[in-house]
Design a binder for this molecule. Structure first.
Ligand code: 13P
Length: 278
């Protein structure tokens, strides 16, 4: 069933974070839904703003909403890392929750724009994620940007001034693969979570983080773990294998269910880790 981003956190607690997976096409949608149904756990499908502009709000966004509505478990659908106000308003008008990422903006401007978007989302019965602090790599893993660890004061001021439903923070997490082992500032997660109490906190850049660090982060207060790269890698490796057989398969149905299964397998592993089941 389709529920909102805000509602899905009724399933999260100090042992359980909600898995949020970036989807790019039907195979990712099928893979993620099948993982959630197999685990019998709710999860979030996220669509990056650029991907949604390519796939279309009605076509790709509509497919994700339809898949969530049909699912046997509760699921939310949201735009990930949105910054185009007009586009995000169209997504909200269509019924898709959003993340407004103003983390690159000056603090006051991030607050005022996020607040405006939060009001727009709430008027439509939908939810919004905001971000304060800055991660090291953009979510497509290409651009390197300066990393800014979120302070407790910033997190509190930002949350109280914007009316957001979910908060993304920067605590050493980066998008894409980590250079060496991920160094997550678990103490800062705990400090922010203690200061904010009931606000769900998000870890972006959730791929390539070791099991123990994932579990420590959840215990410290993370309630949503974002995963893109680990699924994209599983998809690409499987597609590569299929295309490099002696005889290259050209029937889409020889390819699509197989790559969907590869996505599903990794999503299921992650959901189990986030639910403390492995
Ligand atoms: P990864 O690509 O590192 O998994 O990050 C995903 C993410 O945070 C999307 O917003």
């Amino acid at each position: 069933m389709l529920i909102t981003l805000k509602e899905i956190f009724k399933y999260a607690n100090k042992d359980i974070a909600i898995g949020a997976f970036n989807i790019h096409n039907l195979e990712f949608i099928k893979g993620v839904v099948s993982a959630a149904e197999t685990a019998n756990r709710p999860c979030i499908m996220m669509i990056n703003e650029a991907v949604l502009k390519y796939g279309g709000i009605e076509v790709l966004g509509g497919a994700a909403l339809a898949a969530a509505r049909k699912s046997s478990v509760d699921m939310a659908v949201m735009v990930d890392h949105g910054s185009d106000i007009d586009f995000l308003k169209k997504c909200l008008d269509f019924g898709i929750d959003v993340m407004f990422d103003g983390s690159h903006l000056p603090f006051e401007e991030n607050i005022s724009t996020t607040k405006m978007m939060a009001e727009y989302a709430h008027e439509r019965g939908l939810s919004i994620e905001g971000e304060i602090g800055q991660l090291g790599l953009s979510e497509d893993g290409d651009e390197e940007s300066e990393q800014k660890i979120t302070t407790v004061n910033e997190a509190v001021t930002f949350t109280n001034s914007t009316g957001i439903d979910v908060l993304a923070i920067s605590v050493g997490n980066v998008h894409g693969f980590y250079k060496g082992e991920a160094k997550i500032n678990v103490l800062r997660i705990k400090e922010i979570s203690n200061a904010l109490k009931h606000m769900p906190i998000v870890m972006h850049g959730g791929s390539d983080i070791p099991y123990t660090t994932i579990r420590e982060s959840i215990e410290a207060g993370i309630r949503k773990f974002n995963i893109a790269t680990d699924l994209k890698q599983a998809y690409a490796i499987k597609m590569y294998e299929l295309m490099h057989q002696k005889e290259m398969p050209i029937q889409p149905l020889q390819l699509f269910p197989v790559v969907a299964e590869a996505v599903s397998k990794v999503a299921l592993e992650k959901i189990k880790i986030f639910s403390s089941e492995s």
